[in-house]
Design a protein. Structure first.
Length: 734
């Protein structure tokens, strides 16, 4: 970039001047001006520095780029701007981790027009003539809420007309009694659950309209624990950095950034300590550090002092005060009044989400004519009929600052609809795949370390299949899977019972491994989803780690359980029937694991997931018994459900391997003809040939076994898809 000289700040022509004023004037939302808003202007300015655009300009962190962006959110080669024959320019993302944004929307390829805004990491540009003009963002953003309102599904008001403005480097505390809508307000301000009406303006830009871009500049520390206790502080922060930084950011750069953060937050000595062994105050500081990795301009915290003693509470609030002084805007929801005077502004909500006060915390008690803030809480709880909003708007200072709240906007004008559509192309598709692959690798490493870090649970996971296998070995009748000698027919066979018990055990192992693994880390998942974590790499990481564990467990269990059962000389497909039986047990375990992940993704709590699991396993048992007792499932609904039961198909594969239909032929006849007429027994046994017809899925043939195996794999895949859809549909919320 070069200096444009004395006249470089001037618009290049009248049209540019007019549109420039529109861009710099009142905030816009989807192309329309927000009438009546006297918002503070943006914290930065478009400078008089231009970069002339030739045929190609490449932007990124590497020094080889035409425009070098010193920002760890920016990939080494992040994006490029190409000139087109028609005189327009085309913006192309080069597979970046954190995306390239045009007018607040993530794009892979897009046409750039005059004065369009291009955002990469913390850097923003606009196209002026044949040059790029850089926006110098000081990071000192102004933040504003205008007329925010939220209603429940039944029409009950949860938040009503909340309006406030924060200048840069502000520290705001939001307080109020239970039921005052503090969490609802926080969800609205962060964009996790947008308000039903009203506006949230980040540096003059509508947060909801530009959420994909601006979410990278927001930090949020929820009340729930978002840390894996099995990791050290350094490991937890490093994995968070890997998920948010481009994959080309080296480990040394990440460690330096983490070391600076820990030193800034006063926990530099905790790097190698396990998160689970930290004090409450230290855990809160680590959670804050996790959000500061990406250097957000705006930080939200939900009840950060909850459960802390007065000393830790004071220390944490002083740390937040320093963060605000260093150039961030900090908003904290709290019940604690001990350190509220450290804040610049105080927002008091009355029951029903009604704003009752906004201003310096030192003046709040006098505003309510109370001795202290504790008495203010009692007043808000007891005097619920008072119109607190009217009292606030009647305050001269508040009225001068905000005046009337506009709730309506002009019709939106979507400029992007006028542009020619550009297909993503192979590069964009490859970029998306690489982005998912990068997240997948980090998640697999982290999840494996989390499982190994919980030593007590790891020991139980090792011992569980051994114990179950030995129990089956001792309890099940022996030699049931060996073929009878030539010329013999086994009058009573327990082979079906043996297979059913083994396969249900494998299903239990897989399902119990997975049933709590998503629901128990919902706060972590929700926060990382808001920071850009993909659903596919998340589910895939769970499936691959748990899958490897389940394969080993089910193999050990099956080998132990079947050690005394004997086998046929030939399997349906493989030379060794025992190997086919182990594969069937492994597939049953993997299908159970996928089912457990789906239950976990659909559940609200770990207790709820564990309550549902036995019911589902009982249903699997019932449907799997259809092969042994056809009358059990030969009923409407149950028959259709049986096709979706993974245990039934894994049982069918095992039955095919050992030729179960022939082994229990007389059992089948006896079950259909439990009584025999002594004066005419022959008529019953004349039907033996027809009674020997076995289920088609039990045929001792290669094609049948492969079809049964494919059915189990399909059901497992559908269960993983269901888990992914459940995670995707779950609202990202505090």
């Amino acid at each position: 970039m070069h200096d444009g000289g004395p006249g470089a700040d001037e618009p290049v022509n009248a049209e540019v001047a007019s549109r420039s004023e529109e861009r710099r004037g009142a905030p816009t939302m989807g192309g329309g001006r927000v009438a009546g808003l006297a918002a503070a202007g943006p914290s930065g300015v478009f400078s008089g520095i231009h970069e002339s655009i030739g045929q190609l300009v490449r932007l990124g962190r590497d020094q080889a780029n035409d425009i070098v962006l010193e920002d760890l959110l920016v990939s080494r080669f992040h994006a490029e701007l190409r000139a087109r024959p028609d005189g327009l320019h085309e913006l192309i993302d080069l597979g970046s981790r954190n995306g390239t944004f045009l007018n607040g929307r993530a794009v892979e390829r897009a046409i750039v027009e005059e004065l369009d805004i291009v955002s990469i990491g913390h850097h923003t540009f606009r196209l002026v003539g044949h040059g790029l003009e850089k926006y110098i963002d000081t990071g000192l953003i102004a933040f504003e809420a205008r007329g925010l309102g939220v209603r429940s599904a039944n029409g009950h008001s949860l938040l009503r007309d909340v309006t406030f403005r924060l200048e840069e480097r502000s520290f705001l505390a939001v307080v109020g009694p239970s039921g005052a809508g503090k969490s609802t307000l926080l969800n609205a301000l962060t964009g996790f659950r947008p308000a039903g009406y009203g506006h949230v303006l980040y540096d003059g830009r509508d947060l909801y309209e530009h959420y994909d871009e601006l979410r990278l500049r927001l930090g949020f520390v929820p009340q729930e624990d978002v840390l894996h206790g099995e990791l050290t502080v350094g490991q937890a922060l490093d994995y968070a950095a890997q998920l948010r930084f481009p994959r080309d950011v080296g480990s040394d750069e990440r460690r330096r950034q983490i070391a600076r953060l820990l030193d800034q937050l006063g926990i530099e000595t905790a790097t190698d300590r396990l998160v689970g062994r930290l004090s409450g105050g230290q855990r809160r500081r680590v959670a804050v550090a996790m959000e500061l990795v990406t250097k957000p301009s705006l930080v939200f915290l939900d009840e950060p002092t909850s459960g802390l003693d007065p000393g830790n509470e004071r220390g944490l609030m002083e740390m937040l005060r320093r963060l605000a002084d260093d150039g961030r805007t900090v908003i904290v929801v709290t019940h604690s009044m001990q350190s509220i005077r450290l804040c610049d502004r105080l927002l008091v909500l009355a029951p029903g989400g009604v704003p009752a006060y906004f201003g310096p915390p030192q003046l709040a008690a006098a505003f309510f004519d109370c001795a202290d803030l504790q008495e203010v809480f009692r007043l808000l709880n007891t005097d619920r009929d008072r119109d607190w909003a009217a009292a606030l708007h009647a305050d001269p200072a508040y009225a001068r600052q905000f005046g009337a709240v506009p709730l309506e906007l002009p019709a939106k004008v979507d400029r992007d609809k006028r542009r020619p559509a550009l297909s993503p192309g192979p590069r964009a598709l490859l970029a998306g795949a690489l982005r998912a692959e990068s997240q997948f690798g980090v998640l697999v490493q982290r999840y494996a370390r989390v499982i190994a870090g919980d030593r007590r649970n790891a020991i139980l996971l090792i011992l569980q299949p051994i114990f179950i296998g030995l129990l089956m070995l001792a309890a099940l009748p022996a030699h049931q899977l060996a073929a009878p000698a030539a010329g013999q027919v086994r009058a009573v066979s327990r082979a079906g019972l043996v297979l059913l018990v083994v396969l249900l055990g494998a299903t239990w192992i897989g399902a119990s491994n997975a049933v709590r693994e998503i629901v128990r880390e919902l706060p972590i998942l929700q926060r990382e989803r808001a920071a850009g974590l993909g659903v596919v790499p998340y589910i895939a990481s769970k499936a691959i780690v748990l899958g490897m564990l389940t394969v080993v467990q089910c193999s050990v269990m099956a080998l132990l359980a079947l050690a005394r059962q004997g086998s046929h000389d030939q399997g349906s497909l493989l030379p060794t029937p025992l190997l086919e039986l182990v594969i069937a047990a492994v597939l049953a375990g993997l299908a159970g694991m996928a089912l457990g992940l789906m239950i976990s993704a659909l559940s609200s709590t770990a207790d709820q997931a564990m309550t549902v699991l036995p019911v589902v396993l009982l249903l699997e048992l019932l449907l799997a018994m259809g092969g042994l007792f056809p009358d059990v499932v030969d009923k409407p609904v149950l028959k259709q459900l049986s096709y979706a039961a993974s245990t039934q198909w894994s049982f069918a594969a095992a039955a095919s391997s050992v030729d179960l239909g022939r082994m229990q032929a007389l059992d089948t006849v006896a079950s259909d003809a439990p009584t025999i007429q002594l004066d005419d027994p022959i008529s019953k046994f004349e039907s033996l040939a027809t009674r020997l017809q076995q289920p088609s899925s039990w045929q001792h043939e290669p094609d049948t076994w492969l079809q049964d195996v494919a059915a189990v794999v399909l059901i497992a895949g559908l269960a993983l898809l269901g888990a992914g859809l459940a995670v995707r549909r779950r609202r990202v919320e505090a």
